[in-house]
Design a protein around this ligand. Structure first.
Ligand code: ADP
Ligand code: MG
Length: 266
């Protein structure tokens, strides 16, 4: 009420206001720092969880790989000894074993993305051209593949195998997003920081909830089909190389994943 009209504040009132403001400020500050603490704990916990999951995945992958060697070994014997050359059943068994092998590779790549990395100065265009046939083979007939590489791109410092996995994983996601005919575009162009790789599809796109979790390890919308490790691996490889990943998507219209990589320093 006193504020509505002009008046002179006396010293006691000013002191009382100051004390009240101080107390209020203290409460706000404490609340903010508790939030900050909670957030950093959350991040630490998330990092620990990822580390534990990674260790578990690595252990599992090694055990599985040992048993798989046995399965493939005996499977091959059986295939060779089948009378009459009718090897269809054994071929199916070995093909399934090969798929399990791929899955183990992915588990391993995920669990120790920094391991066995051999950095090379690479021309991205060359790598793209090299994996183009692999990507083509992964796509159904109804899909168009369009590859475009700007001339004179800066070289980047990368592990070749890792970079190939980035392209292949993004291409697989694009394929999965296009149940009907569609176009997968792979484009490499100059970027202020170095080189940008864009993998674009004309598929189903993502709603906001999916987009928000897409990079989370083990997050998948492909029940029974997906591992949820593709994008988290892409993220790990790219940020580990000093780059960044960006995702633009329109539900029903398509998705473009843009990977920016820093140019290799002399
Ligand atoms: P996975 O492919 O095994 O499901 P990913 O980590 O590669 O795992 O992708 C996580 C999820 O992100 C997918 O399940 C899908 O919902 C979504 N996603 C990724 N790429 C695309 C894309 N190009 N178009 C639509 N959705 C996508
Ligand atoms: Mg995937």
């Amino acid at each position: 009420n006193d504020c509505a009209r002009e008046r002179t504040w006396d010293v006691a009132e000013i002191e009382a206001l100051r004390a009240a403001a101080g107390a209020l400020g203290g409460v706000i500050e404490r609340d903010l720092s508790i939030d900050a603490l909670r957030e950093s704990n959350e991040r630490l916990w998330q990092a620990r969880k990822m580390e534990a999951v990674g260790r578990l995945a690595a252990g599992l992958a090694h055990d599985l790989r040992n048993y798989l060697t046995v399965v493939v070994g005996y499977g091959t014997f059986i295939r060779e000894r089948l009378p009459g050359g009718d090897t269809g059943d054994a071929d199916a068994l070995l093909a399934a074993a090969a798929r399990v092998g791929d899955l183990i590779d992915r588990l391993l790549a995920f669990s120790r993305p920094q391991d066995t990395v051999t950095l090379e100065v690479l021309d991205i265009g060359t790598v793209i051209r090299d994996v183009e046939s692999v990507v083509r083979a992964l796509l159904p007939e109804a899909h168009t593949l369009s590859v475009s590489v700007s001339p004179g791109l800066d070289p980047v410092l990368l592990d070749r195998g890792q970079f190939e996995r980035v392209i292949v994983n993004l291409a697989l996601n694009a394929r999965d997003a296009m149940p009907g005919p569609g176009t997968l575009g792979i484009l490499a162009r100059p970027d202020p920081a170095g080189v940008a790789l864009e993998v674009a599809d004309t598929g189903m796109g993502m709603d906001e909830a999916t987009r928000a979790r897409a990079f989370e390890p083990f997050f998948t919308t492909k029940a029974g089909q997906g591992t949820g490790l593709g994008l988290s691996m892409v993220y790990g490889i790219v940020t580990g190389s000093g780059g960044s990943v960006d995702l633009a998507t329109v539900p029903g219209a398509g998705t473009t994943v843009t990977v920016c990589l820093p140019r290799a320093q002399a």
